[in-house]
Design a protein around this ligand. Sequence first.
Ligand SMILES: [Zn+2]
Length: 149
Amino acid sequence: MPAHALRGGCHCGAIRVELELPREPAAYTPRACDCSFCRKHGAAYFSDPAGRLHLEVRDQTALGRYRQGNALAEFLFCKCCGVLVAVIYAEDARRYATVNSRVIDGDPGFPDATTVSPQTLAPDDKVARWKAVWFGGVTLAGDGTGQAK
Ligand SMILES: [Zn+2]
């Protein structure tokens, strides 16, 4: 089955995403998180543990990181244009992430988002869920940590 390649990023281009999905975008129902932070952004996330995700920070000074709730995961947003791009969780040098479906270029054809409430999960359950449904082995370039990939 051919992979479906998607690109996207923040509005000004400082943070870009490139991803490959094993299924067509119509097969992914974005998840609109009902926490107070995601609601303010209108964010709705999608991911696939069988897919691939690469995050590229083209302007390191524009990379904003925000932790809220129980602070386990990190929201990546652009300090220049204000767009919330992805949520990332790192454990044992492996990165997991989910992408805000609103940042994908063009109209990939995602179904309408469904509301989810991960804030009701206990921290351990939350992490287990991220590992099960988010992109795994996420690569990140240009964030200034010295780890190119
Ligand atoms: Zn931007």
